[in-house]
Structure formats: C-alpha cells, structure tokens
Design a protein around this ligand. Structure first.
Ligand SMILES: Cc1cc2nc3c(=O)[nH]c(=O)nc-3n(C[C@H](O)[C@H](O)[C@H](O)COP(=O)(O)OP(=O)(O)OC[C@H]3O[C@@H](n4cnc5c(N)ncnc54)[C@H](O)[C@@H]3O)c2cc1C
Ligand SMILES: NC(=O)C1=CN([C@@H]2O[C@H](COP(=O)(O)OP(=O)(O)OC[C@H]3O[C@@H](n4cnc5c(N)ncnc54)[C@H](O)[C@@H]3O)[C@@H](O)[C@H]2O)C=CC1
Length: 517
C-alpha cells in the first residue's frame, strides 16, 4: 500500500465541501450507492430488479466493479459463488436504470440529502447506501517495508516485493495470513501470531494441529480448487493512486491467489515457515536503527550463521518474545478498518467500537435515509443465536441485497422481515487446499463454558467438530469433503435435541443424511 495513504481519515481532515449550485447535475434524486465492491454492486443490482423505473447511481472509486456469478445456494444459508470483476458497461447493460460513475466521494450532507465528490460534483439522493468497504489495519503507518493486502493494487505491490524476497515476516493469524503461509514459495517465512495455535480466527487448536504438517510440506496440487477466479489488471486499475486518493479498490476475495505468483528468490519448493507463537511486533527497525542496537539478528531456525547467505536485511522486526529477525518486508495481515472517512465529518453517524457504521436490523444507519452494507458497517441489532458478523464476501453480498430490499420497502412504506441468511452464520472457504465449512457458533463463540464438543478426525483427510449445548447443535467445523454441511445446517436451524444419538452423530459408518431424513 502506498505510504501516503491513511488507513482511516480523521474527521477533521475532511474539510466540508461547500456545494455549489452550478456543480449540481441535473438529474432526479433517486437511490445512490457509494462503493463498487460486492456489497455496493449487489445492492445496485437488487435495487434495479425491485425498482426498475427509478434512477440508481453507483459511485465507485475503483475502475472495475465486483459482481457475483455462478451463485449456488448449497444449503439454507450456505452459498457458493464466484466473483468477477466487471466493467461498468456490463453492469449498466444488465441493469439499465443503474448508472455507474467512477469518482471518489469525499463528503455528504445528510440533511440536504447530497453527496459530494472529489471532482466537485454533487449527487442528490432520496435513499443512500454506504458500501465503502474497509482498508487494512496495519501495525505501523507510513512504513514502506510494512504492507497490507486488500485490492488489486496492493497485491501487485506485494508481488513486486515478493519477486526478490528471501525472507518475509507475516503478522496476524486470520484469513490473509493463513492463505499466504501456504501460498508463498521460494522464500523463508516468519509467521508472528498472538495466539497459541494457528488460524484461530477460523478454527480451534484441534483443527490447527490438523493443518500444521501442511506448513512445512510442499503445496498439495492434487485437490482441485473449489472455484477459480482470475483478477484482471487493466491499465487504469494498476495506476498509482492520484495524490490525495484515500479510497482503495474493491477487496480481493475467494481464490484471489490463483491469479498471482507468490514466489520468492529461492528455488526451494517446500515451505520454510517458522511460527512465532504468542507474540506481537514490538518494533520495526531500519537497518541503521538495528545497527545502533548492537544486537545480533536471529538466523532462520535450523540454519547456522554460516549458512545465512546474507545478513544485510533492509528491515528488522523485534518481536515481543525478544526475537529479532531481519527480512525483506513485512505483511501486516492484521484485520480491516471500515472506510467511513467521507461520512464522519458530522457527528450524526453512530459508530461502533470497531469503527463501522452501526446499522439496525433494516441496514439503516443512525441517520435518516442512509443505509450501509458490507465491511463498512457493524451489525448492531440483536442477532439470532447462531449468527454473528464477520467481514466476508458472503455477508457483504447478503447485506447489499437486503439493504436494497429495505430501501425500497421503506420508500414504499412497507414492512419486511429480515432475510433468512441472518439466522445462521455459514461460511464456505478453502485453506491449505482443504474445503472448510463453518456453521453457527463453530468455535463455541459466546457459549461460555457450558457446551460439549464431538470430534472426528482422519489425519490428512478430514476434521469434523460439532458444538452442542443442552443436546442441541450450535455450530460445526467441517474440514475436507465431509458432505455433512446440509444435514448439519438443518440440525442447527431446527434445534433438534440430539442427546439420544450421542456419538453416533459422527460415526462414519452411519449415513447421517438417512438418519435424519
Ligand atoms: C486478500 C483478501 C482475501 C479475501 N478472501 C475472502 C474469502 O476467501 N472469502 C470471503 O468470504 N471473504 C474474503 N475476503 C473478504 C471480502 O473480500 C470482503 O469482506 C468483501 O469484499 C467486502 O465487500 P465490500 O463491498 O463491503 O467492500 P470492498 O470490496 O472493500 O468495496 C468497497 C468499494 O468502495 C469503494 N470506495 C471506498 N471509499 C470510497 C469513496 N470515498 N468514494 C467512492 N468509492 C469508494 C472502493 O473503491 C470499493 O469499490 C477477502 C479479503 C481480502 C482482502
Ligand atoms: N477465506 C476467507 O474467508 C478469507 C477471509 N478474509 C477476510 O478478509 C479480511 C482481512 O483479512 P485479515 O487481515 O487476515 O483479517 P482477520 O480479521 O481475518 O485476521 C486478523 C488477525 O490479525 C490479528 N491481529 C490484529 N491486530 C494485531 C496486531 N497488532 N499484532 C498481531 N496480530 C494482530 C488478529 O488476532 C487476527 O488473527 C477479514 O475480514 C477476513 O475475514 C481474508 C482472507 C481469506
């Protein structure tokens, strides 16, 4: 990410832009959406379908917009789909009342119902949906050796750095870090995590043990990927941001790695990953700062100082466990900050502690006629027992679609029920080339100590974990091709008392689908 970019603009940085009447476009105020990621585009498509005669304007800072294709409902809440980068023309052709404008929004006057763009235009709205996504939350600001990964531009930057890299330090234990430690080849990886097991955003220690052998083995190519997506890079999308640009492009998503080479300078095929558990980054030092400390940097574990080809690293990382490593660069895969900048110049928006715009059960923010969806928002309603928010493609799509329904219903004075997708957390993804299905309270989140776990594990093949409370299934982790997702989803939603079945529930000799037919 460019060093000049701010992760999140400060409220005072956004000088109010006085709307000038000659800047106003002559157009009927209609629905306006800000953001061309999956939430914004889905919202536009849904608005177009529900209200084909009303103008819908999508304002997006990124030249390409994201769209869902090959959508498959694989269960009641579980869904699989591919994501495509579309041109504006393709969206406008499919949805004739949608107009896409490539511009960056810099402020909004929610009393006047207007949004203002960097290039001085004013867009009036009757209903506004904010879908501006998020930006990487980096461990340091403005350090050229510390990068985040979010959009096409940042991944290109990462790839350029990778090409000559001998060692990289990855910080964070979530989705991006898990993907990188598996994908990076030909480069030593120091993986610094706060926890005592890997990947704990997505799974528990048991599942972490299941995956550990894959950290050092070569990549297994025999499993076919779930789906493939190539992210294209057009000239405009690879342009450096203009001065003052703070918005990022749409977030990368499933299978983003497939389009990019992640090979370092070395030839070795096996992964060389050293996990540093239960530590954080204390300091990132330049070479000069490191020299002044008079300390000696660690060698890569398993190698001697004589074997270290070159000790002259451009940057050094001091961890809180006091180990100090030299590396070519650092990837800060430490989560996301919602991109709320342009909307916080007045105090009207209620903002959650994670920085997201609070939305109610109709995706409505605290400001009249303003909705929000996707990574920028924080679900602030009383959630169903087995649902919680996680900043994911699937939830961005669901929220964008539901926000559109709510906007139309509100305008028409109708009341609508919440979509079923908010009844059950359901996520299907892939780590270490294994299919992963996460359902409900899959890590017993929020269940206190009063729960039971059932486990089934076949090394290298599958890992199944079921979370039960008072005999009822609350969540499940399914790793590998278990084929259990649909049945388990139904069992969670139905709240059936499973105590009579005991451990039979995971008996591989019992066809569980027939059992509960
Ligand atoms: C590397 C990576 C891998 C991922 N992998 C997965 C995965 O496998 N599965 C999964 O479920 N999720 C994954 N995610 C998460 C997923 O991509 C996001 O949750 C999702 O894309 C969020 O969509 P969004 O529409 O809310 O935001 P974004 O995709 O971030 O889109 C925001 C849009 O708003 C625009 N914008 C921002 N500010 C302004 C402004 N001021 N004016 C105009 N436009 C503006 C941006 O240009 C962009 O078009 C991944 C994320 C990353 C970074
Ligand atoms: N397959 C999937 O479903 C994937 C989903 N994603 C999504 O993309 C977004 C971005 O991914 P990530 O950056 O991996 O975020 P994340 O939210 O998945 O994980 C962030 C990690 O960083 C750690 N962390 C936070 N601050 C830290 C600090 N100061 N020092 C050390 N560690 C720190 C957290 O403990 C956590 O392990 C997330 O919303 C994630 O869910 C990303 C990749 C794959």
């Amino acid at each position: 990410m460019a060093a000049s970019r701010e992760v999140c603009e400060k409220v005072e940085d956004i000088a109010p832009l006085p709307p000038r009447s000659d800047q106003r476009r002559d157009r009927t105020a209609g629905f306006v959406i800000v953001g061309g990621g999956i939430a914004g585009v889905t919202c536009a498509e849904q608005l177009s379908a529900l209200s084909p005669d009303d103008p819908v304007t999508l304002l997006s800072a990124s030249p390409l917009i994201k769209s869902v294709t090959n959508f498959r409902q694989v269960g009641r809440a579980l869904e699989e789909f591919d994501v495509e980068e579309k041109t504006t023309g393709a969206l406008q052709k499919a949805c004739p009342n949608v107009r896409v404008v490539h511009t960056q929004v810099r402020a909004a006057d929610t009393d006047k119902h207007e949004v203002y763009t960097e290039d001085g235009e004013t867009f009036p709205y009757t209903k506004l949906c904010i879908c501006t996504g998020g930006q990487p939350k980096l461990i340091t600001k403005d350090n050229p050796y510390v990068i985040g990964i979010r959009d096409t531009e940042t991944v290109q930057h990462f790839q350029q750095k990778m090409a000559n890299a001998r060692r990289v330090v990855i910080v964070g234990n979530g989705g991006i870090a898990l993907e990188l430690v598996y994908e990076i080849e030909g480069c030593e990886v120091i993986w610094a995590i706060k926890d005592d097991s890997i990947g704990n955003t997505f799974f528990d220690r048991g599942a972490a043990e299941f995956f550990l052998p894959h950290l050092t083995a070569g990549k297994c190519e025999e499993n076919k990927p779930l789906k493939r997506l190539k992210y294209t890079v057009t000239e405009s999308s690879s342009d450096s941001p203009k001065k003052g640009d703070t918005a990022m492009g749409g977030a990368l998503g499933p299978d983003w790695k497939d389009g990019w080479r992640m090979k370092g300078k070395h030839d070795q095929a096996a992964h060389r990953v050293q996990v540093e558990y239960q530590c954080e980054v204390q300091e990132v030092l330049t070479r000069e700062e490191f020299t002044r400390t008079g300390q000696t940097a660690e060698c890569f574990p398993g190698t001697s100082r004589a074997e270290e080809q070159n000790d002259d690293w451009p940057v050094y990382v001091l961890l809180t466990n006091k180990r100090l490593y030299g590396c070519d660069f650092v990837v800060s895969a430490t989560g996301v900050v919602p991109s709320t900048g342009p909307f916080l110049h007045n105090d009207q928006f209620s903002v959650a502690p994670d920085g997201g715009l609070r939305v109610d059960d109709h995706m409505h923010t605290s400001v009249p006629d303003v909705y929000a969806a996707g990574d920028v928002c924080t679900a602030s309603w009383e959630p169903a027992p087995q649902w919680f928010q996680m900043r994911l493609w699937s939830q961005a799509r669901q929220m964008g679609s539901y926000a559109a329904k709510c906007m139309v219903a509100d305008r028409d004075g109708e009341d609508i029920d919440m979509d079923f997708c908010f009844e059950l957390f359901a996520h299907v993804t892939k780590f270490f080339n294994y299919k992963i299905v996460l359902l409900g309270r899959y890590n017993a989140q929020g269940l206190g100590k009063d729960y039971e776990l059932l486990l089934r594990c076949t090394k290298g093949l599958e890992y199944v974990k079921v979370v039960l409370q008072a005999g009822r299934m609350q969540g499940a982790v399914l790793i590998g091709d278990t084929d259990l997702e649909e049945t388990f989803e139904n069992l969670i939603v139905n709240g059936m008392d499973l105590s009579p079945y005991g451990e039979d529930l995971l008996d591989p000799n019992i066809d569980i689908e027939d059992y509960f037919d």
